[in-house]
Design a protein around this ligand. Structure first.
Ligand code: SAM
Length: 249
């Protein structure tokens, strides 16, 4: 059998494509892409001319079967998405699950990923984080999803479109309170890369006052909630205090 390669591509700066990614893309028999026109431009820039198949959310199941039949017969296929790492808020899950089920080798060619790039430079804790992708578009469902996350102690990471960024930061202020730290990473690796950080209120003020904030792509990061003190910890602290009190001057 051939191999299915999952290849990360740039999230803005074309120089971020790895040497290995370029080599794999030039060696495979076929490239499956979310949008063949968009990816065609990247391949043209790299001087690569390959047959391409479109693979998106609506045809992934059908396409997966055809693609994997070819890999089983010995061809190699690379999956790419419009930007960054496939399967991360992008198509490919059905294809990879099916490949694994059929015992077909799947090999990642790692590289750019907006959420990792954003976290690496935000200055928020990264030891534990929860990637939530895109929140639901409808107001009620969004509020509910945020409410469910309000006591989460890990750093939260979201993807958001520029159209909704102001609304989202306002919703964060409502759900998580005005003091929660937020970092927005806009246009990562591109000419107008910008980080906004501060409390929900400060960041809201900053983007409302920035005429460019309505353009570009965003990763939204929110510091986790302070850990809740458990009843056990409170009881223990109370006992320690009782023991210490008589000894205090
Ligand atoms: N698969 C991609 C990855 O690895 O990050 C993500 C694809 S998702 C459809 C697109 C979202 O990723 C955008 O709406 C934005 O939230 C985020 N994103 C992608 N490129 C970005 C960039 N250069 N700067 C900030 N956010 C970016």
């Amino acid at each position: 059998s051939g191999t299915l390669y999952i290849v990360a591509t740039p999230i803005g700066n074309l120089d971020d494509l790895s040497a290995r990614a370029a080599r794999v893309l030039s060696e495979v028999n076929l490239i499956a892409a979310e949008d063949t026109r968009h990816s065609g431009r990247l391949l043209q820039h790299l001087g690569i001319d390959k047959p391409m198949w479109a693979l998106h959310d609506h045809n992934e199941r059908d396409r997966a079967t055809g693609l994997l039949d070819r890999v089983e017969k010995g061809e190699s296929v690379a999956l790419i998405s419009d930007a960054g790492t496939p399967l991360i808020s992008d198509p490919g899950f059905v294809l990879v699950r099916e490949a694994r089920a059929r015992g077909i080798p799947v090999s990642p060619v790692p590289g750019p990923c907006a959420l990792v790039a954003a976290l690496s430079a935000a200055g928020l804790p990264t030891d534990r984080f929860l990637f939530e992708g895109f929140l639901p578009a409808k107001a009620g469902a969004r509020a509910k999803a945020l409410q469910a996350l309000s006591r989460e102690t890990a750093t939260l990471v979201f993807y958001e479109s520029p159209r909704r960024i102001q609304d989202l930061v306002a919703e964060l202020a409502t759900c998580f309170g005005p003091d929660r730290q937020v970092v927005l990473a806009r246009e990562l690796t591109k000419a107008f890369e910008t980080f906004y950080s501060g409390t929900t209120g400060e960041v809201l003020e900053a983007i409302v006052g920035d005429e460019n904030s309505g353009k570009g792509e965003y990763v939204v990061m929110v510091a986790g909630a302070a850990p809740e003190r458990t009843t056990d910890a409170l009881v223990e602290a109370d006992q320690v205090l009782r023991l210490l009190l008589p000894e205090l001057p």
